[in-house]
Every structure is written in structure tokens, then in C-alpha cells.
Write a protein that binds this ligand. Structure first.
Ligand code: NDP
Ligand code: 2IT
Length: 448
């Protein structure tokens, strides 16, 4: 059958059922574009309506989150948890606190998460959640009250065998702590495995904070190695300056590359001598400051460029680690002009479809987020494993497991792309391999 005739009706149905959810449409579209050859080869998937079922979350929760600020004023936010797919294990995926959060964004993230989690080879299904709460400028006490209110509704839907959240944008170990405390209080259970990204002193895995950024760089190095090249000595830019970005910078430096720029939502900082990670960590983690503060405290070595895109900086390796659709077609054009060789996504869906077309035409090596940033959730699965066995592993042991998982994901994507006649296309490789794993489990488990 004509490929478009297989895919277009499926996509039209997603558009019709989910009006206005443009990020969700985008994420589904990209995956469906990879799936035509799979559906041709595996008629059993179409017979079982696997794509239709995969695109419809198993459960979508939307709830009110009222909380009081330090002055006693009452605010109302909206909370979300989309339990997307549990064919491979309990729902697993982060929580995002950012004013832009809405149902469509949580659904795109949950959809991506389902395929990403499959790629890790760990027994985890896909889910995502969050709120339009903006933690910026809020005191610890305000963040705590918000988290307690959020968990007061969410707890009834969670459980170590049901649904296990973790962090994402705006949710780090502080928020996971408040959420865990409230869950423990309401349920009267010390159920360590109900949340991941916990503090290392109370059930958290070593290397979980580092895992997404570290895994991203390991994946990038593997892509280069498959082409007979090395990351060492390369000039790298990393967008964002949060959890993923900081640890991507750290691992890139450890592997001998030089990261010369990073950013936040106000602009980017260019530091031709190489980002001073100790200073950046001090500013971001201790002072909760901005990249503009970094430029100021670094003295003459660094320059802050407000309101501009980091992608105007020439580099050989670009690692988008901030948010969705942060790298558009004009950014891709300037990166190609600046000699970029490889782009790997630390963020979820940071590259727009138009940008991806530009990069493909230019022959840029491209690592999609659902493969390249899977190290975070894979290490969450390692945290669940340690919690279940009441064990705690060393940093180096955990990091070794993470590295093996990233190498395995790289191999899977590489091999799958070849198997489907698209060598070097990691987007196709990741989409197809993730889909096959989930689809086979869904077929095996019958109509649910
Ligand atoms: P953080 O909250 O720690 O950091 C987010 C960073 O991205 C900040 O520098 C922030 O800048 C910037 N950013 C966020 N939203 C925007 C925006 N709308 N425009 C411009 N910049 C923005 O989040 P993480 O580092 O955890 O997450 C970053 C990305 O990585 C997200 O896409 C997330 O989904 C993805 N990811 C995270 C994983 C994890 O384990 N944490 C795992 C896999 C993927 P500012 O401070 O100015 O807002
Ligand atoms: O996008 C992601 O993979 C995450 N935010 C991490 C999810 C998790 O459950 O560790």
C-alpha cells in the first residue's frame, strides 16, 4: 500500500481527536513518518490497531492545585499527569513545573517518553506530568506548599508498581524532596520506589542528577566513533544551564572537548576559553543565579549576549539542552554555516521539523532526544532497582551501567536504521526500535 495512505489517516485521526495540541501533533507526526516501512513489514501491528492505541494515552489526569504564597494570597494552578502507556512497565516519566505547561505539552512528552523508555531496555512504561506553576522567584516555603498541594491529589494515582514520577524542567531534588515527604505522610509508607531523583542520603541513586547530561555526551561520542571520529578537541555549544546542560558540559570536558557557550531564557554566554564549570555550578546550584551573573563573575573572559540565540555561535558539536522547539530552521542554517558536524538532543524535541530538514540535507549527524537523552530515565530505572533491593550502588558502578545502556541504545538505533535501509538515520532508528518494543508487548498482551 502507498506509504502515505497508511500514515495519513492515522495522523488525521490524532489531529481530530486532540485539537490545538500542536506539540503533541508534532511529536506524533515525526514518529509516524518513520513507521510506514514497519507497518508494511508487520501487518500484525495494523491488525491490532497498535498505532491508534499508542497515540491515545491510557489515562489523562487534570486537577486543581491551590496554594498560598508567603503573604497568604491564594493561587490556583493546574496539575497534569498523563499515564501514557504501561505495556512495558509502570508509567515512568518526569514532572515539569513551567508556566508554559499545558495538556498538549504533557502529552507530547508522555508520547516521547514511552518510546524512549522502551529504548533503555528497562521495564518501564511511559508517562509525564507537571503544572503551569512558575517556581522562578518563589521562596522554598512557597515551593514546598505548592508541592504538597500537588501531591495531595497526585498521590492516589502513584505507586512503585503503578506510576513513578521524577524531575524535568523546574523540578529537581528540592521539589522531589517535598513531593516525597508529602507522599510518605499521606500514605504512611516509606515507599522509596515511588519517585526517582531523590537525594542520595534518602534513597536516591548516585549519578542520577548527572545521568541525562553524561548519557547525552556518551551517545554523542558513540555517534562520532561510528564515523571514525572523536569528541576530544571538538568545539561544543550547549543550550540551557539547568540539570541536563550542566552535566553535559561536565562530561564533554571530561572527554576532552571544549564547551564555549551555554544559555538560559534571557540569552547566552560566550566563553572562548571554555566554560568554567565550577563557577557556573556555584552560580546555578548555590546562588540560583543566571548565565548573565556568570559572565559578570568570570571577569573579562566571558561575554553575555542578551536576547540572542546561542545557535549563532559557530561550533562542531551542538547540544540543545533547554526546551522544545528551541532550534528552528534559521538556527540550523547558521549552525551548518558555522561548520556543525553533530547535533544531539539533551532536551525533548528541541529541534523543529524544518530545522531537521535543513540538517538532514547538510548531512549533519543527528541524535534524537528519545535516544540521546534516555540516560536520565535509564538511571531512574537503576534507582528503582536499588530501592527494590534495598541497596545503594557506588557512583562509578552506576555510571558504568549508564554508559553501557547508552552504548546499547546507540547500537540499537544504528542497527535498526540499517535493517530498514536508512543507515546513519538515528531518528528512524530510534522511532522504529522504540515502537517495535512497545508494539510487540502490546500485541502479546491482547486488547487492553
Ligand atoms: P532545568 O529546569 O534544570 O533547566 C532548564 C534550562 O532550560 C534552564 O536553563 C532554562 O532557562 C532553560 N529553559 C527552559 N525553558 C525555556 C524556554 N521556554 N526558553 C528558553 N530556555 C528555557 O531542566 P532540565 O535541565 O532538567 O531539562 C532540560 C531539558 O531536558 C527539558 O527539555 C527536559 O524535558 C529534558 N530532559 C530532562 C531530563 C532530566 O532528567 N532532568 C531527562 C531527559 C530530558 P531559564 O532558567 O531561564 O528558564
Ligand atoms: O524526559 C525525561 O526522560 C525525564 N525528564 C526523566 C524522567 C525520569 O523518570 O527519570
Amino acid at each position: 500500500m502507498d506509504r502515505n495512505r497508511m500514515i495519513e489517516p492515522l495522523y488525521s485521526d490524532v489531529l481530530r481527536r486532540n485539537p490545538g495540541e500542536k506539540e503533541f501533533h508534532q511529536a506524533v507526526r515525526e514518529v509516524l513518518e518513520s513507521l510506514a516501512p514497519v507497518l508494511e513489514r508487520h501487518p500484525e501491528y495494523a491488525e491490532a490497531s497498535i498505532v491508534e492505541r499508542l497515540c491515545e494515552p491510557e489515562r489523562q489526569l487534570v486537577f486543581r492545585v491551590p496554594w498560598a504564597d508567603d503573604a497568604g494570597r491564594i493561587h490556583v494552578n493546574r496539575g497534569f499527569r498523563v499515564e501514557f502507556n504501561s505495556a512495558l512497565g509502570p508509567y515512568k516519566g518526569g514532572l515539569r513545573f513551567h508556566p508554559s505547561v499545558n495538556l498538549g505539552i504533557v502529552k507530547f512528552l508522555g508520547f516521547e517518553q514511552t518510546l524512549k523508555n522502551a529504548l533503555t531496555g528497562k521495564p518501564i512504561g511511559g508517562g509525564k506530568g507537571g503544572s503551569d506553576f512558575d517556581p522562578k522567584g518563589r521562596s522554598d516555603a512557597e515551593v514546598m506548599r505548592f508541592c504538597q498541594s500537588f501531591m495531595t491529589e497526585l498521590y492516589r494515582h502513584l505507586g512503585e508498581y503503578t506510576d513513578i514520577p521524577a524531575g524535568d524542567i523546574g523540578v529537581g531534588v528540592r521539589e522531589i524532596g517535598y513531593l516525597f515527604g508529602q507522599y510518605r505522610r499521606i500514605t504512611n509508607r516509606y515507599e522509596s520506589g515511588v519517585l526517582t531523583g531523590k537525594g542520595v542520603g534518602w534513597g536516591g541513586a548516585q549519578a542520577r542528577s548527572e545521568a541525562t547530561g553524561y548519557g547525552l555526551v556518551v551517545f554523542t561520542a558513540e555517534m562520532l566513533r561510528a564515523r571514525g571520529e572523536d569528541l576530544a578537541g571538538k568545539r561544543v555549544t550547549v543550550s540551557g544551564s539547568g540539570n541536563v546542560a550542566l552535566h553535559a558540559i561536565e562530561k564533554a570536558h571530561q572527554l576532552g572537548a571544549s564547551v564555549i557557550a551555554c544559555s538560559d531564557s534571557t540569552g547566552y554566554v560566550l566563553d572562548e576559553k571554555g566554560v568554567d564549570l565550577e563557577l557556573l555550578k556555584e552560580i546555578k546550584l548555590e546562588q540560583r543565579g543566571r548565565v548573565a551573573d556568570y559572565a559578570e563573575q568570570r571577569g573579562g573572559a566571558a561575554r553575555f549576549v542578551p536576547g540572542s540565540s546561542i545557535w549563532e555561535v559557530s561550533c562542531q558539536v551542538a547540544l540543545p539542552c533547554a526546551t522544545q522547539n528551541e532550534l528552528a530552521a534559521d538556527d540550523a542554517v547558521s549552525l551548518v554555516r558555522g561548520g556543525v558536524q553533530v547535533i544531539a538532543e539533551g532536551a525533548n524535541m528541541p529541534t523543529t521539523p524544518d530545522a531537521l530538514r535543513v540538517l538532514r540535507e547538510a548531512g549533519v549527524l543527528f541524535g534524537p532526544g528519545k535516544a540521546a537523552n534516555a540516560g536520565g530515565v535509564a538511571t531512574s530505572a537503576l534507582e528503582m532497582q536499588q530501592n527494590a533491593s534495598r541497596d545503594s550502588w557506588t557512583f562509578s558502578h552506576t555510571e558504568e551501567r549508564l554508559t553501557e545502556i547508552m552504548q546499547h541504545i546507540h547500537e540499537t538505533c544504528h542497527e535498526t536504521a540499517e535493517r530498514y535501509g536508512q543507515p546513519g538515520d538515528y531518528v528512524a532508528g530510534a522511532n522504529i526500535a522504540g515502537f517495535e518494543l512497545v508494539a510487540d508487548a502490546m500485541v502479546a498482551q491482547g486488547l487492553i
